[in-house]
Design a binder for this molecule. Structure first.
Ligand SMILES: [Zn+2]
Ligand SMILES: [Zn+2]
Length: 423
């Protein structure tokens, strides 16, 4: 009864969940409530980060992860319960964050799958800020490049034992995450995950990071605090101390050492590419290549070639180096596992030391060598939904436009951004 009385009194005085935050001089709950945050990874750090964003009342969130929940997650994941073991992390985390939100107008979308190959640039383009809650460098590098494309702030969290780091970047205002990456480390990780032919290795022995909840809670708190400051800054609110990008914050819990380092801009960094203007179109990754080219000709009045960014290699066929038997493949490079290219006669695959010859073509940047590919849907050619494609005028390479498959908006962002121009 007494609890009930307190609640009634509180609402009579117009109290809201955010009253204490609003006592911070520069705090605007309107900014927080109307902001959109993309959270990449729904593991230990992602759980903490989503919990923090939900309790703070952030208005729009997107969460992506390809994994399912395991028992060992449960000691570090506030959004997962025992009954959730085996379910998709992204879905359970999104629903948990929505339940926990203090914002009655909170909207969350999620994606279950490999974001490198499965999620289009349009997602990165729409969200105000990107928070990395990842456990591997290759995905970090991919996310970083998409943040560079649209000049989005990227706050990347990492943990190891009682040590943690937060990298805050916003290219071209500052260095990007890859400016500070050791290229040898990236190459080493690439060798663990990909065969010599750049096909995916199955069942990689993931190095499980030694970690406990306290470290993830600290790095996530730091990440979300920087994000909230950055969101205010993006909305033109001056802070006492502005957010500085191009910084690496490092905390070692064993000896309570806190360090801050500046990551300088690396002039020859491969990630430094931005897109200034994106043209929204009714196209969808469910359209065939033929339909896409027809629509583009209708929009621009000239014949177009399409290429994707950054990698659009498509494997048409593979040939056994021993018996020269040819097999049709017709799948995007990024989706093929090394053991799938298998010679039925020699009974060998790439995974056990045998290397097939294969034909990979860039079907988008040249004339299409095989007519049958014109009838393939873009998605089957390796183009994810809501992607941004580079379109060139045929015969005039200098005339480049960036077009979005905006027709996929309702499918990819049904809750957060459903009312697009082509909805
Ligand atoms: Zn860079
Ligand atoms: Zn063979």
């Amino acid at each position: 009864m007494s609890d009930m009385k307190i609640t009634i009194q509180s609402s009579e005085y117009g109290e809201t969940p955010f009253d204490r935050a609003k006592l911070i001089s520069w705090w605007s709950q309107d900014v927080v409530s109307s902001s959109s945050v993309l959270v990449v990874g729904a593991g230990a750090i992602g759980n903490e980060t989503l919990k923090n964003l939900a309790l703070l009342g952030v208005g729009k969130m997107f969460v992506c992860d390809m994994d399912t929940i395991s028992v060992s997650n449960l000691s570090r994941t506030v959004l997962f319960g025992k009954d959730d073991v085996g379910k998709n992390k992204a879905e359970v985390a999104a629903k948990g964050a929505l339940r926990m939100s203090n914002n009655p107008d909170c909207h969350i979308d999620y994606f279950v799958g490999d974001i490198v190959n499965g999620l289009g640039h349009g997602v990165f383009r729409r969200f105000d800020i990107v928070l990395g809650c990842l456990d591997n460098m290759l995905t970090r590098a991919n996310v970083n490049r998409r943040c560079c494309l649209f000049q989005k702030p990227y706050l990347d969290a990492g943990i190891s034992g009682l040590g943690l780091s937060l990298n805050a970047h916003r290219y071209p205002e500052s260095s990007c995450l890859e400016c500070g990456m050791d290229s040898n480390d990236v190459a080493r990780e690439r060798m663990i995950r990909y065969s010599c032919d750049a096909f995916k290795k199955r069942a990689i022995q993931e190095g499980h990071a030694a970690t406990v909840l306290v470290s993830t809670a600290i790095v996530s708190a730091l990440q979300v605090q920087e994000a909230i400051k950055a969101l205010h800054q993006l909305n033109g609110i001056a802070l006492e101390v502005p957010v500085r990008y191009g910084q690496k914050y490092y905390y070692q819990g064993m000896n309570n050492l806190f360090e801050q380092m500046t990551v300088p801009i690396k002039e020859d960094c491969d990630a430094h590419f931005t897109i200034d203007k994106v043209i929204e179109t009714p196209l969808s990754s469910n359209d065939t290549l033929k339909e896409a080219l027809t629509t583009l000709k209708g929009l621009f009045g000239y014949d177009c070639l399409i290429d994707t960014y950054p990698d659009s290699a498509f494997v048409t066929k593979a040939k056994c180096v021993s018996c020269h038997k040819e097999i049709a493949v017709n799948r995007p490079m990024g989706e093929i596992y090394s053991d799938e290219l298998y010679c039925p006669d020699c009974q060998k695959s790439d995974a056990n030391g045998y290397t097939p010859e294969y034909t990979a073509i860039d079907i988008f940047s040249s004339d299409i060598p095989h007519d049958y590919l014109m009838d393939y849907k873009l998605e089957r050619l390796g183009v994810p939904p809501l992607h941004v494609l580079t379109v060139r005028e045929k015969g005039n390479d200098d005339n480049i436009k960036y077009i979005e498959l905006t027709g996929d908006l309702n499918r990819v962002l049904p809750n957060t951004f459903e009312r697009g121009s082509y909805a």
